[in-house]
Design a binder for this molecule. Structure first.
Ligand code: SF4
Length: 709
């Protein structure tokens, strides 16, 4: 007899909006999903991806059992968990003892839960003794982390989703919210319908679906954002639309910035950005005269060799107008992945430590080491994603553990990544779906539990922590990520620190959360008042939420004090610098990559649902009609798209949403689908000097017709 139907409240596993979902199941199988009307992120709404969650995750694609190979030329064979983890512990221990702790590395994911992140961080930094742990969040928001920290003193988005509904003027920069954060965009659409006087400005080289809502779309030339923001500030100063009292009371560094933006005249900026002076003037006027001004941004700003400067230049506009810390106002970066924020909080970028600490800060290292009961954390800096795979490529890293991410598709300059993974002596891949490109390179494949099958917490873009609940057991032998990590760590401990009490004695995910949260006490993100029980009683909460608090914090910096040394926010005066790869005759087009409405990342989950191919069936290159005419191409022709790093063969289509001289390609298809290594065979590994985030949205490319035999 079938089990009775049950409902478990959890969250969606895709984007950083962090919608609440009600999972309908029979205790064994997930039967359906609905939006959770009580969740403050979505109030019952779901987008096309969230509402089809129960149709994804085909069991044929899932990892069933650990698979191990004992030589690169051998096939992987099924093995048990004990033998898999024992073998791996001995390989890691031998590598560490022979080559040092920095000869191993961990590359993890914004899809993991906070408890998973914490376990990995403790494993790498406390037990192995390396800061070589980085996350795929390096590819999506590390520039925002740097932007917030340099300008405001802490990595804390100061706004709430409700501010989107309250704002009088919204600036959406480098974000196709309509596709990437659909439920939040729906909230904005409804707010604009209620308050048509609200101004929406979209800055994007492409005319995306988000532009449908815009009162003004500035299709700037790719990579010119810093010049645009300085040009806006130039006009705000000229017109007297700045808040001098706020600048004097709460900020530092304005004089240098004022001096810098003097040169960013409307004529100069219109020329650099490829927009009209009238459009620039309207943009500045709406920002300068709005009672409240909010900006939203995502990958278009962050994925750039000038990502940190772009973030700072945008935050400058808020500080100059006093538009921060009040309803409907503030600089609000949107996170791409469901728990990228949790990664930032737990220290899951190589330069961070748990509780928004810095790995390069001796005091911070000592605090964490003391809390973990170890002598010290290492001083040697860790490697960021691109640097880390460079080190794999040149043989410095000899054992690599990859969890819940697919670098063989998602990192730029794919040919080099595939070479690195081929040559790495020992690669562990911990994955729910054994179909990803990266699994191909694994010496050990470990089956991980997936959405609906494990418990923990996530933090969404507005600093809101939700309790993620398990509805059904993981299939076959799959296990939760934190459990795999801790089990491995306990085995490695017996080899690296025999006889000492275990650092990984966690019976469940809640025990990890309880240990972790005290590392945030009296830090800017203080989570010490939260617990699974409190989240169950009060629902999802925004940090900071210190012990004894009655509720979370909707907005930060309302008192004008900032967590900097002086207590003042910092203006940063950095000039505009052009993107790394300029257009030239051999590569006359600038390639931009991005998301489609119904697919998620490398499609390991969304690619299993036929319904999600109704919007776009496959990868096509979008080119302006002038570019097609120039090359005597017609819609649907097969072309070779090439950059300095590699090439792909795919169809081209007429796309007047991109300007002449530009090309657009979705990021979702890897070499499972494309002739070539996938979209990122073309993209470049150059990265921002501060955030180390690569320039995934800007590559010089050229297109040639493919003559069919
Ligand atoms: Fe999931 Fe994001 Fe869609 Fe919400 S908006 S249902 S979190 S993909």
């Amino acid at each position: 007899m079938a089990n009775p139907t049950q409902i478990t409240a959890s969250t969606c596993c895709y984007c950083g909006v962090g919608c609440g979902v009600l999972i309908e199941h029979d205790g064994e199988k997930i039967l359906g999903v609905a939006g959770d009307p009580s969740h403050p992120a979505n109030f019952g709404k779901l987008c096309s991806k969230g509402s089809t969650l129960h149709l994804t995750g085909d069991l044929d694609a899932r990892g069933q059992h650990p698979q191990l190979r004992l030589g690169k030329s051998l096939a992987r064979a099924r093995t048990g968990w004990d033998s898999a983890l024992d073998h791996t512990a001995s390989v890691f221990a031998e590598t560490i003892l022979e080559h040092g702790p920095d000869s191993v590395a961990f590359y993890i994911s914004g899809q993991l839960l906070t408890e998973d992140y914490y376990a990995f961080n403790k494993l790498a930094r406390a037990l192995v003794g390396t800061h070589n742990i980085d996350s795929n969040s390096r590819l999506c928001m590390s520039s925002a982390v740097v932007g917030y920290k340099r300008s405001l003193g802490a990595d804390a988005p100061p706004c709430s989703y409700r501010d989107i509904e309250l704002s009088d003027c919204l600036l959406i920069v480098g974000s196709n919210m309509a596709y990437a954060h659909p439920v939040l965009f729906r909230r904005l659409e409804e707010a604009k319908a209620r308050r048509p006087e609200m101004k929406v400005i979209v800055i994007d080289p492409r005319r995306t679906d988000t532009c449908e809502l815009a009162d003004l779309h500035l299709a700037i030339l790719p990579g010119t954002d810093v010049a645009l923001f300085h040009g806006i500030l130039h006009l705000l100063l000229w017109e007297g639309w700045i808040d001098r009292a706020y600048i004097d009371a709460h900020t530092e560094g304005f004089a240098a910035l004022k001096n810098l933006v003097r040169d960013y005249t409307p004529a100069a900026v219109a020329d650099i950005c490829g927009i009209s002076r009238e459009a620039l003037q309207s943009c500045a006027q709406w920002i300068g005269q709005a009672p409240s001004f909010l900006s939203l941004w995502c990958m278009g700003l962050n994925q750039s060799t000038a990502g940190s400067a772009k973030n700072s230049a945008l935050i400058n506009l808020h500080l100059a107008t006093g538009q921060i810390g009040k309803p409907g106002a503030g600089p609000f970066s949107l996170t791409g992945q469901p728990n990228a924020m949790g990664g930032r909080e737990t220290g899951s970028l190589s330069n961070l430590l748990p509780g928004h600490r810095e790995a390069g800060n001796a005091e911070h290292r000592a605090e964490v080491a003391a809390y973990w009961g170890i002598d010290a954390l290492p001083e040697t800096p860790g490697l960021s994603a691109i640097e880390l795979f460079d080190a794999v490529h040149d043989g410095r890293i000899k054992a690599l553990w990859i969890a819940c991410t697919n670098p063989a598709q998602s990192l730029p300059d794919q040919s080099k990544i595939h070479e690195a993974l081929t040559n790495c002596p020992f690669v562990v891949v911990q994955e729910a779906f054994f179909t990803t490109e990266t699994c191909h390179y694994a010496d050990l494949l470990l089956p991980a539990a997936s959405w609906g099958e494990k418990e923990g917490t996530v933090t969404n873009s507005e600093r809101r922590v939700s309790h993620v609940r398990r509805a059904v057991p993981a299939p076959f032998e799959a296990r939760p990520d934190w459990s795999i990590t801790c089990d491995f760590a306990r085995r490695l401990e017996t080899l690296l620190r025999p006889g000492l009490p275990s650092l990984f004695d966690f019976p469940n995910s809640e025990a990890l959360f309880e240990e972790y949260k005290h590392l945030t006490t009296q830090r800017d993100l203080d989570l010490s008042g939260l617990s699974y029980a409190l989240l169950d009683d009060l629902g999802p909460q925004q940090w900071p939420f210190p012990a004894g608090a009655q509720g979370g914090s909707e907005r930060l910096y309302a008192d004008g004090r900032f967590p900097t040394v002086s207590g003042r926010a910092q203006f940063l005066a950095e000039p505009y610098r052009a993107a790394k790869e300029r257009r030239e005759s051999r590569y006359s087009l600038t390639l931009n990559t991005g998301r489609l409405r119904d697919q998620w990342h490398g499609m390991s989950r969304t690619g299993t649902a036929a319904q999600l191919f109704g919007h776009v069936e496959g990868p096509v290159l979008g080119l302006h009609p002038d570019e097609l005419r120039r090359r005597r191409l017609t819609d649907g022709d097969l072309v070779r798209l090439r950059s300095r790093r590699g090439s792909l063969i795919l169809p081209v289509q007429v796309d007047d949403s991109v300007r002449p001289g530009q090309a657009w390609l979705p990021m979702h298809w890897g070499n499972r689908f494309l002739r070539g290594l996938g979209t990122n065979v073309l993209t470049q590994p150059a990265f921002d000097p501060l955030s180390k985030q690569p320039e995934l949205k800007h590559a010089g490319v050229e297109v040639d017709r493919v003559e069919l035999p």
